[in-house]
Design a protein around this ligand. Structure first.
Ligand SMILES: *Cc1c(COP(=O)(O)O)cnc(C)c1O
Length: 425
């Protein structure tokens, strides 16, 4: 039976049999027992599905992954111990030393570091492009060794909206997949596969969890990219894997080749699995994702309108405001709302911004975003401190940018707290 998103949030993943627990149980076990050596061997050869060791698969994790997979409309999902691990795996699954990929420049600071610095040490080079540049300008970045294109549906912290359909077309013209980090929008507000994206990633630490209780990530495969049509570009998927008795992922797993390789090769060799306990907690968050997102969005819209009118505020970037540069893209990709995050700048000095944040009452200064409690952060002095002024500019972050993550409290109280803190400037 076809189910809508709200039903999938509540009922997706775990389907109990007769007399089984109503709620997905926590299988807090590293290992699983078999009666014969033959059975175990078949699992190791990937000839049969089954559990043997939690680094490779665990029933709690799988059920939660399956819920996220159904929300995004993919063919398979793997959960990771963080959003960082998810983005690393998504790229590393198809890139090796000597390869190149393209990313929007105004992405999350941690991802920017991963792509620009750490992956470079592995011999994988990333070209950052301005996502608002013309096709012609962006297509100059493609090289013969380019393996994928990456962007964020709504960028953290700048709140730029990514033109998924346009980037998918560009990536496909060059025979490579488009990977989209859908953390801020969540599948409630945008499903990138519907716009031609091939792989979706998430930091489940944010809205999916929503309560700020676990760090996690996810990679979801649409199953749509035809790896074999570009076999010379993707030898890892289209030629035999010596570490799996010469098995070829596209031959053995068809349109699940990409996601199967992440589990059976990258998870096996690099780890980064979430704990079953954390997956259980993530699942509690997912149960109400469809109720929380609209409230985040309506609160944020009210707050963004208030900030826009305040004489103390220099600028506001919230894609659902009609005055916003990204409003037309938000209307296309984020019809039901964008997210709870607003980027804005105050008139005055850097000290004024700090005084404003320090004067807030229940709105906390927190290195977090996208959970039920309203919080603020100044990226230039917090999350993005590792970046030079030059890199900050390159990453599309103004030095005066304040990131306000609007929670699901009563919006009158959020407005009152902002009002009194702005009054102290
Ligand atoms: C937070 C975040 C990440 C990193 O996720 P962690 O769970 O903190 O490792 C990646 N992408 C986006 C858009 C994020 O907001």
């Amino acid at each position: 039976m076809k189910k809508n998103l709200g039903t999938l949030c509540v009922q997706g993943g775990w389907t109990p049999g007769n007399g089984e627990p109503r709620v997905v149980p926590i299988f807090q076990s590293t290992t699983f027992k078999y009666d014969t050596s033959e059975q175990m061997a078949r699992l190791f050869d990937l000839e049969e599905n089954g559990y043997f060791y939690t680094r490779l698969a665990n029933p709690t994790n799988d059920n939660v992954a399956s819920k996220i997979n159904s929300l995004e409309g993919g063919v398979g999902c793997v959960l990771t111990s963080s959003g960082q691990a998810a983005n690393f795996y998504a790229i590393f699954n198809i890139c090796q030393s000597g390869d190149h990929f393209i990313s929007a420049n105004n992405i999350y600071g941690g991802t920017f570091n991963l792509f620009g610095t750490t992956m470079k040490k592995l011999g994988i080079e990333c070209t950052f492009v301005d996502q608002d540049a013309s096709d012609e300008e962006i297509e100059k970045a493609f090289r013969p060794n380019t393996k994928c294109v990456f962007g964020e549906t709504i960028s953290n912290p700048g709140c730029a909206v990514f033109d998924i359909e346009r980037f998918a077309a560009m990536a496909h013209r060059h025979g490579v997949p488009l990977i989209v980090d859908n953390t801020f929008a969540t599948p409630i507000n945008c499903r990138p596969f519907e716009w031609g994206c091939d792989i979706v990633t998430h930091s489940t630490t944010k809205y999916m969890d929503g309560h700020a209780v676990q760090v996690g990530g996810a990679v979801i495969d649409s199953g749509n990219f035809d790896w074999d049509a570009h076999a010379d570009r993707f030898p890892g998927l289209c030629t035999p894997d010596e570490s799996y008795h010469g098995l070829t992922y596209t031959k053995s797993f068809g349109n699940k080749a990409y996601i199967t390789k992440i589990v059976s090769q990258l998870m096996r060799d690099l780890g980064s699995i979430p704990s079953p306990m954390n997956c259980f907690l993530l699942n509690l968050g997912l149960d109400t994702l469809h109720l929380r997102m609209p409230r985040h969005c309506s609160n944020a819209e009210t707050v963004a309108r208030y900030l826009e009118k305040s004489p103390k505020v220099a600028w506001v970037n919230y894609p659902s405001l009609p005055s916003n540069k990204y409003y037309p893209l938000a209307q296309k990709y984020l019809k039901n709302g964008s997210c709870g995050v607003i980027a804005f700048g105050l008139k005055g000095t850097r000290d004024d911004a700090i005084r404003f944040m320090d004067s807030l009452d229940f709105i906390a200064i927190a290195t977090h975003v996208a959970d039920i409690r309203t919080c603020v952060l100044h990226p230039a002095s917090h999350t993005h401190r590792q970046l030079s002024d030059e890199q900050l500019k390159e990453a599309g972050i103004a030095p005066d940018l304040i990131r306000l993550s609007v929670g699901i409290e009563d919006v009158e109280d959020i407005l009152a707290d902002l009002e009194q803190a702005l009054g102290k400037m």
